[in-house]
Design a protein around this ligand. Structure first.
Ligand code: ITT
Length: 203
């Protein structure tokens, strides 16, 4: 049994493989491949108005090109309350797709210059969409609450992790080990919920 994950983001893919490791469907260990590894080269326009809509757009676009596989997609992003939930669904496109995350992170910290701790709340959100071989679709969303830090910290993870401070441990998401991040992250929670859903569906 194969799951094709509709993503071109290597950081996501690494986490996804860890979070879904050991999943069995129809008594078989599931093999997880990225859309690229599955030979699907889809330029997908993410023109939805929510994480859920965009996740479903990506999953459906790839499902249209592969037969018999379960297709999953992840749409995620960082909502900063002080910036009216920016960058939100535009997190990948913020300041341009090709701009380095050091530059994006520095820009966001600059935009929060002088903003006190209690107004630096933010969350990562992740919507996981699934299209089953019979065309049925499922969606699960989760978030992790945190705060925007005052400088980049840590080398792990990807994207906005170095500026996202997890209150329970006062570390940035990039200072957590992969296992620590997956245990509490938006992606970990949404994917584990989807995993339960797939296991239930398999019964
Ligand atoms: P795909 O659409 O190909 O999956 P993408 O990077 O374009 O890849 P999104 O449109 O979902 O994906 O954008 C999500 C962006 O939000 C991502 O590029 C990161 O900048 C940010 N993001 C999401 N989850 C994150 C996490 O766990 N840690 C840090 N940044 C994250």
């Amino acid at each position: 049994q194969k799951i094709v994950f509709a993503t071109g983001n290597a950081g996501k893919m690494k986490e996804i493989r860890e979070i879904l490791s050991g999943l069995t469907i129809k008594g078989e260990l599931v093999e997880i491949v990225s859309s690229k590894e599955a030979g699907v080269d889809a330029e997908i326009e993410e023109n939805g108005r929510s994480f859920e809509e965009n996740a479903l757009i990506k999953a459906k676009a790839v499902a249209a090109k592969v037969k018999g596989a379960i297709v999953l997609a992840d749409d995620s992003g960082l909502e900063i309350d002080y910036l009216n939930k920016e960058p939100g669904i535009y997190s990948a496109r913020y300041m341009g797709e090709d701009t380095s995350y050091h530059v994006k992170n520095a820009n966001l910290i600059q935009r929060l210059k002088g903003v006190p701790d209690e107004q630096r709340s933010a969350r990562f959100v992740c919507a996981i969409a699934c299209v089953l071989p019979d065309g049925e679709s499922l969606i699960r969303t989760a978030a992790i609450e945190g705060k925007i830090g005052y400088e980049e910290k840590g080398e792990n993870g990807f994207g906005y992790d170095p500026i996202f401070v997890v209150p329970s441990c006062q570390k940035s998401a990039a200072e957590l080990t992969p296992a620590e991040k997956n245990a509490i992250s938006h992606r970990g929670k949404a994917l584990r919920a989807m995993r339960e859903c797939l296991v239930e569906h398999d019964k």
